[in-house]
Design a protein around this ligand. Structure first.
Ligand code: C2O
Ligand code: CU
Ligand code: CU
Length: 519
């Protein structure tokens, strides 16, 4: 067993927040109370009463042209999230969350998105390699009452992806209200691998989200700040103290097989989870964001930042009961920000209860044939540097009409992502797959190497990524890269890049003509 290596901590005693602490002696005592109160936990408070909901699998219709059709209707509704309360929520094909879309490499997916929400929105296919015009980012707005029909061919390895709204400035609230779903991609290798794959039985999606509720059951949108009274004090958006799994409060899952594969998605706006099992048992990591690992890795803790996915296989004995818990994550933010951003929090996520009799499962493979190789950058690969500081990238706030980078199609580049402050930042890039080469020169733990599309930025300093861009080109419609803390993204911590024919970078337009593209 290899327990997941931790990053050595480099702590500054006072960061951005420290200035705040020192600022007003008069409210020092109040502040201390606030600080004390901000250590959150639900451990010991749950009884795991409710069987976890499993999102419906949306079986696509296949039309004469061979396309797989997925109808999605976004609408507002009311959900029974907490016992005895009704919560106004949003969802796709239901009042909260969205069905799981399943497709195979080579399939042509055709989605019809009907927007019955009270606001314009978009749907973005996070982790999918597809044409920029189908990406569902802020340039593909779907007005109220309108319909959008993106379609694309699945050209990438098996993986667990997800989809969520991405309208510029409102992604946080649209996701928080409940619009999010999983996409499971299969290929010939994943189908041949000796991994559990019966959806909802031994291949189980767990969408982990944190919420705050008012007493009347409505969602609380209050944002977490270091100090309300300090102008310009940054915040990360909502950090909830109530955990939902697939929209289920106080959940358990009944295990009926010796091994279960869990597809974990951190679908939270800002919270980072440090996941493990309460009896300390190891589990095996079999896939990260963009696909299967060639070798499953035994580990006992897994960091999952907003937007990240991981597939793990857990082994059970008859009658077992164990809880998946988020332990205090090391966010590397320093005092007191660490606490305010959830670094001292512990949350029970879900209880896993094994039946008295368990069906046999295939032995865990030591190798997964055909798993995608990690992205390697060639010698002399182009380097780009991105400074994530404050709510800006390289000193700039997102501008829908500005193209920040132009990337030659099909190339692999080294992207250096620098975290220059003490806030939670999570790097995500559309239309690409990466490997994390190193963080401040150190090799990262296996769960952050790849294949990835989203990564938590540890420590001050620089994460170097080998990023492979897709081969599809569009000189006008950009893809996004941004912080996946949704509040930060909404505040403009986002940039745009186009992917163009190699050799045409210099002549590519640097602005998005016509602004938002409507479909
Ligand atoms: Cu999960 Cu640009 O998003
Ligand atoms: Cu994305
Ligand atoms: Cu951020």
């Amino acid at each position: 067993m290899t327990s997941a290596p931790r990053f050595p901590r480099r702590r500054l005693l006072l960061g951005t927040g420290g200035v705040v602490v020192a600022a007003g002696a008069g409210w020092g005592a109040t502040w201390l109370n606030v600080y004390r109160d901000r250590k959150r936990s639900n451990v010991g408070k749950l009884s795991f009463r409710t069987a976890v909901r499993i999102p419906d699998l949306l079986e696509p219709g296949r039309s004469a042209d061979g396309r797989r059709h997925y109808p999605l209707t976004l609408a507002a509704g009311t959900s029974a999230l907490l016992p005895g309360r009704r919560t106004p929520t949003w969802g796709a094909n239901g009042s909260y969350l969205a069905p799981t879309l399943r497709a195979r490499r080579g399939d042509h997916m055709a989605v019809t998105v009907r927007n019955r929400l009270p606001e314009a929105s978009t749907l973005h296919w996070h982790g999918m390699l597809l044409p920029a015009a189908m990406d569902g980012g802020p340039h593909q707005m779907i007005e109220r009452g309108a319909e959008w029909r993106p379609h694309w061919t699945v050209r990438q390895p098996a993986a667990t992806l997800w989809y969520h709204p991405h309208p510029h400035g409102s992604t946080g609230s649209h996701v928080y209200r409940g619009v999010a779903g999983l996409i499971i991609l299969d290929d010939e290798h994943s189908e041949r691998a000796a991994l559990p794959r019966e959806y909802g039985v031994d291949d189980v999606p767990l969408v982990i989200q944190d919420k705050n509720f008012h007493d009347d059951g409505t969602l609380d949108f209050t944002e977490t700040r270091l100090a309300e009274s300090v102008a310009g004090a940054d915040n990360v958006g909502v950090l909830g103290d109530t955990i939902l799994v697939n929209g289920t409060y106080d959940p358990h899952f009944t295990v009926t097989t010796r091994r279960v594969r869990f597809r974990l998605l951190n679908g939270s706006n800002a919270r980072v989870y440090w996941l493990g099992l309460t009896d300390g048992r190891t589990f095996h990591l079999v896939a990260t964001d963009n696909g299967l690992l060639a070798r499953p890795r035994a580990m006992d803790r897994l960091l999952l930042a907003p937007g990240e996915r991981a597939e793990i296989v857990v082994e059970f004995k008859p009658g077992d009961e164990v809880v998946l818990r988020s332990f205090e994550p090391a966010l590397d933010l320093g005092f007191p920000t660490e606490r305010f951003m959830g670094g001292d929090d512990t949350f029970d996520i879900i209880s896993l209860r094994a039946a008295r009799q368990l069906r046999a499962s295939p032995a865990l493979p030591t190798r997964v044939d055909g798993a995608p190789a990690l992205v390697e950058a060639p010698d002399g690969a182009r380097r780009r540097h991105f400074d994530f500081t404050g709510l800006q990238i390289n000193g700039k706030t997102m501008d829908m009409n500005r193209i920040d980078e132009v990337v030659p199609a099909g190339t692999t580049e080294i992207w250096e992502i620098e975290r220059g402050d003490e806030w939670i930042h999570v790097f995500h890039v559309h239309g690409a797959t990466f490997q994390v080469l190193d963080i401040n020169g150190k090799r990262p733990p296996s769960y952050v190497r790849g294949p990835k599309d989203t990564v938590y930025l540890h420590e001050f300093g620089t994460a170097r990524l080998a990023v492979r861009f897709d081969t599809l080109t569009d000189t006008r419609v950009p893809y996004m890269y941004h912080c996946h803390v949704l509040r930060h993204e909404d505040e403009g911590m986002m940039g745009q890049f186009t992917v163009v024919e190699p050799g045409t970078e210099a002549s590519a337009p640097r602005s998005v003509d016509g602004g938002t593209h409507h479909h």
